[in-house]
Write a protein of this length. Structure first.
Ligand code: HEC
Ligand code: HEC
Length: 255
């Protein structure tokens, strides 16, 4: 059985057409079944509604004292990740969840991880509020910071085409060359970043982009970067920038 699991995808990728076509700019929602799309549209059937209710409560209790306007704050959803300087010579990319965790820690005097359930809940609420906004990743104006930012873009561009893992496959070999094909009961999308966090039925819960990306790494049996690692932040920047101008879908259902 194990051998079968390894051999079949290899067969699939080497025999199947390896064309280098430019990916059409499509949201992951375009690859959902009609049933799932229906469920996503109907708040009484969509499991994400539970996270939204909880998010509203937490917003009032934890955020509103400093942020008076939810839709203003939600603009970060379509603009992040951003470069955060630590000194003039160093800094790092932070995503929405890093920012929320940072705010939470400031308010409560206790450090929480960007993977914490409270952070995920707030990310779901902000993502939902940003529905329909145009993705516009914020580029740094300062030339030095722009240089650091560009280095992260370049790094992720290299990772995107780098073969890895025991299956020896790169991101682009699936997400540009196998779009629309079936892969382990999923349909491969072009991996534009338009609707996170996701409720994934195979997880039976919500997960952030880190969790999704980690699943892609382990799917090719590569060593999996830690959640919140600089590598995953760089990839997020690259995928989000590639999605500039597309409209944000909000938190999404996935198989
Ligand atoms: C003690 C005040 C304070 C609280 C409470 C607070 N924040 Fe913030 N938040 C800030 C400040 C100040 C910034 C500007 C960036 C920085 O200094 O980190 C910010 C920035 C942000 C941003 C980036 C976009 C923007 O408006 O600048 C988001 C998103 C955000 N906060 C979300 C939240 C969420 C969600 C909560 C509740 C869990 C929260 N914040 C609670 C002070 C706060
Ligand atoms: C073996 C094929 C394969 C490889 C290699 C792969 N992925 Fe995936 N990826 C999938 C499948 C299958 C899904 C789930 C269906 C979908 O949304 O495309 C997925 C989902 C995603 C999604 C979520 C899209 C959405 O809207 O839900 C992103 C983003 C993504 N992959 C990025 C990457 C990146 C970045 C890499 C390289 C580090 C990578 N993937 C490598 C197969 C792969």
């Amino acid at each position: 059985m194990k051998l079968f699991v390894i051999i079949v995808p290899i067969f699939f990728f080497y025999i199947a057409n390896p064309s280098q076509a430019q990916s059409p700019r499509q949201s992951g929602n375009a690859f959902l079944s009609a049933d799932l799309l229906q469920q996503q549209k109907d708040p009484t059937l969509n499991p994400i509604s539970l996270w939204l209710d909880q998010g509203q409560e937490l917003w009032k209790a934890q955020c509103q004292s400093c942020h008076s306007n939810l839709s203003e704050t939600a603009k970060a959803v379509v603009q992040f990740p951003v470069w955060k300087s630590i000194s003039s010579a160093s800094g790092k990319l932070i995503n929405l969840e890093d920012q929320i965790a940072d705010c939470w820690s400031k308010k409560n005097g206790q450090v929480i991880s960007s993977d914490a359930p409270e952070v995920l809940t707030m990310s779901v609420l902000l993502s939902d509020t940003a529905k329909g906004m145009s993705i516009q990743v914020r580029e740094p104006l300062d030339p030095l910071i722009k240089k650091y930012w560009q280095e992260q873009m370049n790094l992720a561009g290299q990772i995107y085409v780098r073969r890895q893992g025991r299956l020896n496959l790169s991101c682009t070999q699936c997400h540009d060359q196998q779009i629309g094909k079936n892969l382990r009961s999923d349909i491969v999308s072009p991996a534009f970043l338009t609707g996170f966090p996701i409720y994934r039925f195979s997880w039976q819960t919500m997960g952030n982009l880190d969790r999704r990306l980690r699943a892609c790494y382990s799917g090719v049996q590569a060593s999996v970067p830690a959640s919140g690692s600089p590598e995953l932040r760089a990839i997020e920047l690259f995928l989000k920038k590639r999605s500039d101008g597309m409209l944000w879908d909000g938190p999404s259902l996935r198989r």
